[in-house]
Design a binder for this molecule. Sequence first.
Ligand code: ZN
Length: 128
Amino acid sequence: MIFKLNYGEDITQAITEKCRRKKIKSAFVFFIGAVKIATIGYYNQKTKKYKKIFINKPMEIVSGIGNISVKEGKQFLHAHISLADKKGKLSGGHLFSPTIVFACEVFIIPQKQKLVRKFDEKTGLFLW
Ligand code: ZN
């Protein structure tokens, strides 16, 4: 499935909703484009908490990659994003909301394998 996100949409919300509507529970997800603002995260492995980094400027989406699986009975997008500023400098990390689209092309490749996330004590993350 190939589609675009609309100007002003939140990437995580829009892709997750699309998959819920289409009943896609397992998929590869890729996206490219540009954002108006972004929120990325770095997972601190000691504290087991995400440090959120807010980027309040237009950036290119150099690469967006992720997957759809099921967490607590619902479709869940796990994505990472690489962003470039006007000098070509990269920032990246775990994709959070709000990350607001300027323009975005999305490619979703559904998979047959069922993937369910469960809380993992060792990492503090919800893993397959
Ligand atoms: Zn992540």
